[in-house]
Design a protein around this ligand. Structure first.
Ligand code: B12
Ligand code: SF4
Length: 495
């Protein structure tokens, strides 16, 4: 059968498509795990976000798919709805399947859309079995992890347990299935790699625990190294390790760095997400190894520098430093110090706008980011489906915006008990633009061609809404912010 897999074009403030266009790892993994007789095409619509309708139409006519699959995050739900309608109008008999975080955590929302199947949580084996059932015309009632339309009703089969990645049931991704080009991270071709799945923490804002429970499974190093080589052979110069929490097992992470070096794959640039506690408590050995293995940017889940906020976010444990077995406070500064001493850059993941936040507590976090992080990745708490935090915000009546397409992390959709949502967003937006400018010299040193030719476009993106009048101080920052918000609202109409 012909299968077309699509990821959504929606991007958000910290991922300006001029500089960052990342592949969706789920789709190539699905493509690598179907039976060999199927012809699968993967299209990441972020690569064509200004020609979504034309591209989907062209692909549907050219590939004549029997099955179309969509990977959807919550803030992309409206776009997904429109793409489902478009595909249905072009090819009425096609089977449409949705998967990813939003369909898994809010399946009821998809029952009203024109989709036929919904894959909950991990998809490789469920999707493989679904294609077999469609091809053979057999029933779908025995496929775990699948929901499907049966006349007017929806049937939800039992859950599928998380895959043990150790047993090779999940085959490597198929990057040859990609039919669009143009992936980039600051001018270098980027690809994504998984070395593990899952996490055993339970931060209240994170979707991962509802998605798959608290567990941790790992791929063998042989498989990981082969995957990195495959990404490199497909042109990647930068690799993003998308593991939910690779630093859960520090010894394994250190061994992985050693394996990357021994395999001669350390000339690539690596980007990874990490817990502050892991880096602070093991930085003496871990950080130099990471550097030697080619790690350049580390996204640190700092979340917040104030203990009260960390408690609300249930993120105290992963931000705690330990000395001789004793808790000795927040691990953030020590983690940042280890990374900086080893010439790595810190992408500072902070969350501002929790219920107890005041103007002062938000400002304290922004000031921290100004002083210590190299690239800010500051977000507002966002009530994604079924996270514990969502319930708390709802119970407190602090959710101010139910328009899911604005749930992109940098639009404040919740108020604090002391500050309106809009005010928290304004503070963050105003501060962050200038923090990003400070990283330009470092980016210039590493990627001079990209910065010289595209730097102005990045600046224009960062300062969207500004005008000559505002630069001369003749217009207030609030006015610029309003224009920025209007630009954001307009660009969300992808289809
Ligand atoms: C890597 C990653 C990114 C990367 C790359 C995204 C990309 N292009 O794929 C970057 C850094 C760009 C990113 C950004 C964002 N991300 Co992100 N990201 C992740 C992360 C860490 C891993 C996702 C991944 O690749 N996993 C590996 C693949 C193989 O697994 P998977 O995606 O789950 O796919 C499996 C199943 O879901 C299913 N499946 C998925 N799609 C489909 C489709 C079909 C048809 C089928 C059958 C099955 C299926 O099968 C797959 C294989 O088993 C997750 C999880 C986490 N711990 O934080 C968050 C996560 C997905 N991100 C999230 C969010 C909110 C965002 C942002 C909006 C803001 C932010 N927090 O940074 C931005 C917006 C991105 C944009 N488009 O502009 C949320 C989503 C929440 C939600 N309910 O929607 C998550 C869950 C994190 C969280 N806070 O909880 N992200
Ligand atoms: S440590 Fe990271 S992956 Fe784990 S629950 Fe917290 S935010 Fe999610």
């Amino acid at each position: 059968m012909n299968v077309l897999l699509l990821s959504m074009p929606d991007s958000f403030e910290h991922m300006p498509p001029v500089a960052i266009r990342m592949p969706n790892g789920a789709l190539t993994s699905l493509a690598g795990n179907v039976d060999p007789q199927h012809r699968v095409a993967v299209a990441d619509l972020i690569l064509v976000r200004r020609q979504v309708r034309e591209t989907v139409t062209r692909l549907v006519y050219e590939l004549e798919p029997e099955v179309v699959g969509l990977s959807v995050m919550t803030f992309q739900r409206r776009t997904a709805t429109r793409i489902v309608e478009l595909v249905r109008s072009l090819r009425p008999g096609v089977k449409i399947v949705v998967g990813g975080y939003d369909p898994s955590l809010a399946p009821e929302a998809y029952e009203k859309m024109g989709v036929d199947y919904l894959v909950r949580s991990e998809g490789e084996v469920t999707f493989r079995e679904l294609l077999r059932a469609i091809e053979q015309g057999s029933g779908a009632d025995r496929i775990c992890g699948l929901s499907y339309r049966n006349g007017e009703n929806w049937v939800h089969n039992p859950d599928r347990s998380p895959h043990r990645l150790e047993d090779s049931e999940i085959r490597p991704p198929n990057r040859d299935a990609r039919v669009l080009k143009g992936y980039t991270l600051l001018g270098r071709q980027v690809d994504v790699i998984e070395t593990s799945r899952g996490c055993t923490y339970d931060c209240s804002f994170c979707s991962i625990i509802e998605m798959r429970g608290r567990n941790f499974h790992v791929y063998s190093f042989d498989r990981v190294l082969a995957d990195i080589r495959d990404a490199r052979d497909h042109g990647a110069q930068t690799i993003f390790l998308v593991d939910d929490n690779i630093t859960l097992n520090v010894r394994r992470f250190e061994a992985l760095c050693e394996a990357i070096i021994a395999a001669g794959l350390h000339k690539l640039d690596y980007f990874v997400q990490a817990m502050t506690s892991a880096i602070a408590n093991h930085g003496e050995t871990l950080a130099p190894l990471m550097r030697r293995a080619g790690f350049r940017y580390v996204f640190l889940g700092i979340e917040n520098i104030l203990e009260g906020d960390l408690e609300f976010l249930r993120a105290s444990a992963k931000n705690t430093e330990r000395t001789n077995g004793q808790n000795t406070g927040n691990a953030t500064l020590k983690a940042i110090d280890y990374l900086h001493r080893n010439q790595m850059y810190v992408v500072g993941g902070l969350i501002v706008g929790s219920p107890g936040d005041t103007r002062e507590s938000i400002e304290a976090n922004l000031e921290f980011a100004r002083r210590y992080v190299d690239w800010p990745y500051i977000q507002h708490p966002t009530p994604y489906p079924r996270t514990p935090m969502t319930k708390e915000f709802r119970d407190k009546g602090l959710i101010m915006n139910e328009q899911l397409e604005e749930y992109d992390g940098t639009t404040a959709v919740v108020s604090t008990e002391h500050l309106p949502a809009e005010e928290a967003e304004f503070m963050r937006w105003k501060a962050e633009r200038w923090m990003k400018v400070h990283h330009i010299p470092a980016a210039l040193r590493h990627d001079p061609r990209f910065v010289l030719f595209q730097g102005w476009r990045m600046l224009a993106h960062t300062f969207r809404g500004s005008s000559i009048r505002s630069a001369l101080g003749l217009e207030s920052e609030k006015k610029v912010f309003e224009r920025y918000q209007a630009i954001r609202r307009a660009e969300r109409d992808y289809v």
